[in-house]
Structures are given as C-alpha cells and as structure tokens.
Design a protein around this ligand. Structure first.
Ligand code: ADP
Ligand code: MG
Length: 240
C-alpha cells in the first residue's frame, strides 16, 4: 500500500499525494505519459530513493522499519534501464539466485526467450556479454534481466517497461510466461504497450505525478480521458 506518497528529486515535485493499493497476489498496472512519475513510483518501493513523504506498507509493515536486505529479498525488479554485468549470460541470470542449479538457469533461459538467441552465439549461455551487456541487443538484454527477476522468485515482482525493446510477438510470449509462473505473486507492472496490461486486476493512470483515475480496463475506457487517449494513440501506431 502506498499511502499519500509525495516525492521530489530536487526542488520539483514529482509525486503528489499518491495512493495506490496493490492487493496480495494481484497484478496492478501503472500507465501514463512519459515523465508522469511511473518509474519514480516503482523505484521508491525497494527504497532506491528514501526521502519520500507518506508511508509504504507491505503486509502491515512500514518499509522504513524493515532492514533493507529483507525488503529487497522480497522484491524482484526489472528496472527500466537494464543492469547487466560483463560476465556470461548464465551468471547474469544466476545473480537473481546465487544457489541456482545450472538446470534451473537453463529452464528459465528457455522461458524468457533467451535460449532462442543464445543458440546462435559462440558459447551459448556461456557467452560473455560485455560491459553492461553491450554485445546483446536491447531486447536480448531485457530478456536476461527478466530471467534474473523470474529466477529470484520473490513474492513481489516489479516490472518497469521491461519489454519495451521486444517485438510484439516475443513480448506476448514473455507475458504469457510471466502470467503462468507468477500466479502467486504480487505484481506491479508499468506498461509499455497498453495491450499487455489490459487484463490487470487494477490499472492506475498517472498524470503529472498524480493519479488521474483507476479501475479496470473497461472502467477506464469510460472514465479516464488519458486512458482513452493512450488507447487511441496505440491503435493508430498499430495501424501504421
Ligand atoms: P516515467 O517513468 O513516467 O516516464 P519518471 O518517474 O521517470 O517518469 O520521471 C518523472 C519526473 O521526474 C520527470 O520529470 C523526470 O525528468 C524526473 N526525474 C526522473 N528521475 C530523476 C532523477 N534521478 N533526478 C532528477 N529528476 C528525475
Ligand atoms: Mg519510466
């Protein structure tokens, strides 16, 4: 539960009195124009930024009273900018679960659509990906970041435009995997394409650091001007 959250990076207020409820084992989505504050919301939950006003409560515990290690152990996050190391693909996945067996890594790699491209690489999953994963495409990097989050298997999953560089088909497959594997997880997902979050339990529309509206997809098509605009924009892009 995010209770009355306000936040500023410098002087400028970025979040203004945000209230969001993410029920246990449900999937909640944030949508809104770029710059509206979605990533900021995602990033204050694991306390990447700490100086917010208001309270964030997980299972009736205020996260400010939790040990950072405990908090972060309970959260798998795919940030908007993927963070990868100059190491093998398998080790980059394993970073999510240090005691994972090789078989586990191979399974997750398959589910996250990594095997598919790794087969074409010189050393398959043992290929060294370069600084920040420079030797992989944007979409390939995102798949490694997603695999790392899946293998961690934390009760909370946060995905911030985690599939923005994937083509529609790969993106759909990966969401199918996530929905299957993550049935008993509490999920916060920031949409890149609205079509991937339409079936979320609750969708929040963020506008200039405030919540414009929230509800189901069909609710928002009636009551949210911004949601309707985003929908139209996506429809036009698809036709193009
Ligand atoms: P979204 O994810 O919806 O595109 P963000 O949460 O990334 O929006 O950004 C919200 C606002 O905060 C923007 O105006 C952005 O420029 C500003 N912002 C984001 N990150 C930082 C930062 N690290 N330092 C200063 N301003 C930031
Ligand atoms: Mg963002």
């Amino acid at each position: 539960v995010l209770k009355d959250i306000s936040f500023a990076y410098d002087e400028k207020d970025v979040l203004k009195n945000i209230n969001i409820n993410i029920p246990k084992n449900k999937r909640v989505a944030l949508v809104g124009l770029s710059g509206s504050g979605k990533s900021t919301i995602a990033n204050i939950i694991p306390r990447f930024f700490d100086n917010y006003k208001g309270d964030i409560i997980i299972d009736s515990q205020n996260i400010k009273q939790m040990h950072l290690k405990d908090l972060r152990e309970n959260i798998s996050i795919v940030t908007q900018e993927t963070i990868l190391f100059n190491d093998s693909i398998s080790n980059n996945i394993k970073y999510g679960k240090l005691d994972a067996s090789y078989e586990e890594i191979e399974n997750i790699a398959k589910l996250a659509g990594i095997t598919e491209f790794a087969e074409g690489l010189e050393n398959k999953l043992e290929t060294i990906i370069g600084e920040g994963g420079i030797k992989l495409s944007g979409g390939q990097r995102q798949r490694v970041a997603i695999a790392r989050a899946i293998i961690k298997d934390a009760p909370i999953l946060i995905m911030d435009e985690a599939t923005s560089s994937l083509d529609n088909i790969t993106e759909k497959e990966i969401y199918k995997t996530i929905k299957n594997l993550m049935k008993n997880k509490t999920i916060l997902i920031i949409a890149h394409r609205l079509s991937t979050i339409e079936d979320s339990d609750i969708i929040y529309v963020i506008n200039k650091g405030k919540i414009e509206s929230f509800g189901s997809h069909s609710d928002l098509l009636i009551k949210s001007e911004i949601y309707k605009k985003l929908q139209l924009k996506e429809k036009l892009e698809n036709e193009y």
